[in-house]
Design a protein around this ligand. Structure first.
Ligand code: ADP
Ligand code: GLC
Length: 491
């Protein structure tokens, strides 16, 4: 099978793409950015793994290529390639059951899969091999996070051997610097990268093989998902050990804020809500709250008390432990609390105990449910986002649109998106330092404003009118692509 070269200018390589696969914000971003780029006139395709738990129900996924060899150093290893049409965008799925047909994507409660390094070496090699096989020399190959961050290095190596790759430039987007894919040096030698890539400006990091660093070293441009995070990651405090190489690459580093898919995240037409609402008519929000509180077994008095929501990975990054630190004070303030998340087993157990301790006032949904996340977003009053670091954060952007005012720490993308009370044009509440007492003070402030109906309504209206749609960010990506060779007439 050949795909006309004209048809692909930008090839995304990603480990998640919603609605096929998702564990967090990366999936959300990949489910919309390529589509918006396509709508702006670019020709885009996506390559992603064929996971066992891939959501395929609404799509006609078909096998398009069998036994595609992934090449050196695994000449005998092949991948089957499936394809789906997603909003007019070709999405290619790399299938190799022993790597991807598992219940989880990356890990279990016992830790990450022992073979993650091989899994994503394989995926990145397969992506490059697939592009070659399909006869698509794209102008841009755009990798995301550590899972595909070897792609820039593979393309760099291939460029010197094969004229097919001469025009292809690479971009790496860092969605979360804390996850780097760092493994023993031994695994570098099975990656098939040339020996010269074992360098302190490439794959080597204090004697280990660092997959994210490899991409940082070889990509023509590096982007991350908010301007503030782009400034933070060149510092030792936020650089997760890679601030040195990031500082070196700073001239090629850009922060481009994520956007929101308002066709999916808007209470006016959210398919998961029984009662739609908008800034002009907020009755539906009260109905959503009533339904949610009923379903969660809340005491009816909470209809006239503020209810706080938390949706996210139960991990240190998200500051869930800070919420738990002040939970008794919160309960004493007679506010309700609903938490949706999964992650740390210790935190999940603690939440189970708290539910028993505070029946009718605190609810915890352990697990991953898209539907519930929308219902909690709509049915609560205040959204908790006390992250220790936050590259961009999408949930606070969703909460703004749902009139569920965020209480957010002053870091990363949260600083770029939430205007803290009482500043001019405020849309939420912000706090620093990132500690229990500071979060509690911000929440006390939020509850005080919540009691003033008029003031709360005005803030909600402002928040709901904020526009974080993808169009502007997609144009910024286009200008990055153009800097490195995407012709002006494309897109
Ligand atoms: P991150 O990518 O760091 O986890 P983001 O705020 O960028 O954070 O994106 C998180 C995405 O994952 C949002 O779409 C959020 O609704 C979703 N999400 C997180 N945890 C859950 C969960 N337990 N159930 C459903 N959706 C969840
Ligand atoms: C990461 C970050 C989050 C960001 C998301 C999408 O998971 O933790 O802040 O919004 O990627 O870019």
């Amino acid at each position: 099978m050949r795909v006309d070269q004209e048809n692909v200018q930008i090839l995304f390589v990603t480990s998640e793409i919603f609605p096929f696969s998702k564990t967090g914000g990366l999936g959300d971003v990949m489910g919309v950015l390529p589509v918006v780029l396509k709508d702006q006139g670019a020709k885009v395709a996506v390559i992603t793994p064929f996971y066992g738990r891939l959501h395929t129900a609404d799509f006609q996924i078909r096998l398009v290529l069998e036994n595609c060899p992934v090449g050196y150093p695994w000449p005998e290893v092949t991948a089957d390639i499936y394809m789906a049409d997603y909003h007019g965008l070709p999405v290619y799925f790399v299938d190799r059951p022993e790597f991807f047909d598992r219940k989880n994507y990356y890990c279990t409660y016992h830790g990450e899969f022992f073979d993650n390094c091989e899994r994503y070496i394989f995926f990145s090699r397969a992506a490059v091999a697939l592009a070659r096989k399909l006869g698509i020399p794209p102008y841009i190959m755009h990798a995301h996070d550590w899972h595909s961050s070897l792609v820039p290095a593979y393309v760099h190596a291939a460029r010197r051997l094969d004229p097919f790759w001469h025009q292809t430039k690479t971009v790496l987007t860092i969605h979360n610097l804390a996850f780097q894919g760092q493994y023993s040096a031994r695994l570098f030698w099975s990656s098939g990268l040339p020996a010269e890539a074992w360098d302190m400006d490439g794959a080597e990091h204090y004697g280990s093989f660092n997959m994210l660093k490899t991409g940082i070293g070889y990509a023509q441009r590096i982007t991350t998902v908010s301007p503030t995070y782009a400034r933070e990651i060149v510092t030792p405090e936020f650089g997760c050990g890679l601030h040195g190489i990031l500082a070196k690459r700073q001239p090629d580093l850009r922060g481009i804020l994520n956007g929101v898919d308002y066709s999916f995240w808007d209470p006016k037409h959210d398919k998961f809500l029984m009662y739609p609402y908008s800034p002009e008519n907020m009755q539906g929000k009260a109905e959503c709250k009533k339904t949610l509180l009923y379903l969660m077994g809340f005491h009816p008095r909470f209809m006239s008390r503020p209810v706080l929501g938390f949706i996210g990975r139960l991990r240190e990054q998200k500051g869930i432990d800070i919420v738990l630190e002040i939970v008794d004070e919160l309960m004493a303030m007679d506010v309700g609390l609903i938490i949706l998340g999964e992650g740390d087993l210790g935190i999940e157990t603690m939440l189970g105990n708290l539910v028993e301790q505070y029946p009718g006032q605190l609810a915890a949904c352990i697990g991953y449910t898209e539907e519930k996340s929308h219902q909690i977003m709509a049915g609560t009053d205040i959204f908790l986002m006390p992250s220790r670091y936050e590259p961009c954060g999408l949930t606070q952007l969703y909460s703004l649109r749902y009139g569920t005012l965020p209480v957010a720490s002053q870091v990363g993308g949260l600083l770029d998106t939430v205007i803290g009370y009482p500043a001019q044009g405020c849309t939420g509440f912000t706090f620093s330092p990132i500690t229990g007492p500071a979060l509690l003070r911000a929440l006390q402030q939020a509850v005080a404003v919540w009691k003033d109906d008029g003031q709360w309504r005005r803030m909600q209206e402002r928040a709901m009118h904020q526009d974080f749609s993808w169009q502007r960010s997609a144009r910024e990506y286009m200008s990055v692509y153009r800097e490195i060779g995407l012709p002006a007439e494309a897109g």
